[in-house]
Ligand binder design. Structure first.
Ligand SMILES: [Fe+2]
Ligand SMILES: [Fe+2]
Length: 293
């Protein structure tokens, strides 16, 4: 039941938390974003989570959410993608941080699997998880898709909390997962900024093309998913299925406002010298301009 807990070794003197301004792509930047992830680790154990008893209505609402297969599979794939990339990292501190990220993805999968078992939700058989091809590509696909999904998850989670869609005790058991996704996307965007600046200049155009290709891939994936929606296929589009489920009466403009506010609130907890995920909030703000309040 217990996933193997990574050994988080003491930081060495060169890895002490940097003071003062930092330059993006510098050694100090790397230490700052790695240490931020490592130092905010929460050692909770999914196996000891006490799943609250739900009344019939709340349980039915939970069971009928069309997200469980995809949520479990997304975490399984994330764990594999992140762990595979960690194995390629030559820098020990960076490697430790990415390993922790992978460990947390595995723990999310365990939390979800336990929840599903506790409430009698049946899952579809899981596909095998493996990285075929470039580990960096797989890591970036997971990183940028978390940037999209977490932004909306922040808002959906808060809406579900406010509307009482989920009982408070259940919301509390999920908070660590949402909190960790915020740490992951913060870590990821800083990794991307550091990585592109620390690579030889001639490799940079290739990397930028790769970033673009990942975004196009994720957009294509989500369009395909939207098309499948009518057929009742469970899919990666947590946002669309999630929004429909959390409340039909939820207005898109309100949801975006909540997502933006929650994104700011969650990101405000971290060192101000770190970059924040910017693309998805900027697109959401743009979309919001064309909507009525
Ligand atoms: Fe996760
Ligand atoms: Fe994550």
């Amino acid at each position: 039941m217990n996933a193997h807990m990574p050994a988080i070794s003491e930081s060495s003197a060169q890895e002490s938390f940097p003071d003062g301004p930092i330059r993006r792509g510098s050694e100090a930047h790397k230490i700052l974003f790695c240490r931020t992830l490592l130092d905010t680790f929460d050692p909770y154990k999914p196996a000891v989570i006490d799943w609250p008893a739900l009344d019939e209505e709340a349980r039915n609402r939970l069971v009928s959410l069309p997200i469980w297969d995809i949520a479990v599979q997304t975490e399984g794939r994330a764990r594999t993608n992140v762990a595979t990339y960690a194995a390629t990292a030559s820098d020990p501190l960076l490697r430790r941080a990415i390993e922790l990220n992978a460990f947390e993805e595995g723990r999310h999968k365990l939390v979800l699997s336990n929840l599903v078992a506790a409430y009698g939700i049946t899952l579809a058989p899981e596909p095998p998880y493996a990285v075929k091809g470039d580990p960096e590509w797989a890591f970036m696909v997971t990183g940028y898709s978390e940037c999209i999904d977490s932004f909306f998850a922040f808002g959906l989670f808060e809406s579900a909390k406010r509307s009482g869609f989920f009982p408070e005790a259940l919301v509390d058991t999920f908070e660590p997962v949402i909190h960790e996704e915020a740490r992951h996307i913060l870590f990821f965007v800083n990794w991307a900024a550091w990585h592109r600046r620390s690579m030889p200049f001639w490799r940079r155009p290739w990397f930028e093309l790769k970033v673009l290709a990942v975004w196009l891939f994720l957009i294509w994936e989500r369009i395909g998913i939207a098309r499948d929606m009518g057929s009742g296929v469970q899919d990666n589009n947590f946002t669309v299925t999630g929004a429909k489920s959390v409340g039909d009466d939820i207005n898109v403009a309100t949801l975006i406002d909540i997502c933006l506010a929650e994104n700011d609130r969650r990101m405000s907890a971290y060192d101000r010298r770190l970059l924040r995920p910017a693309v998805v909030p900027a697109l959401a703000r743009l979309a919001r301009r064309f909507m009525r309040s």
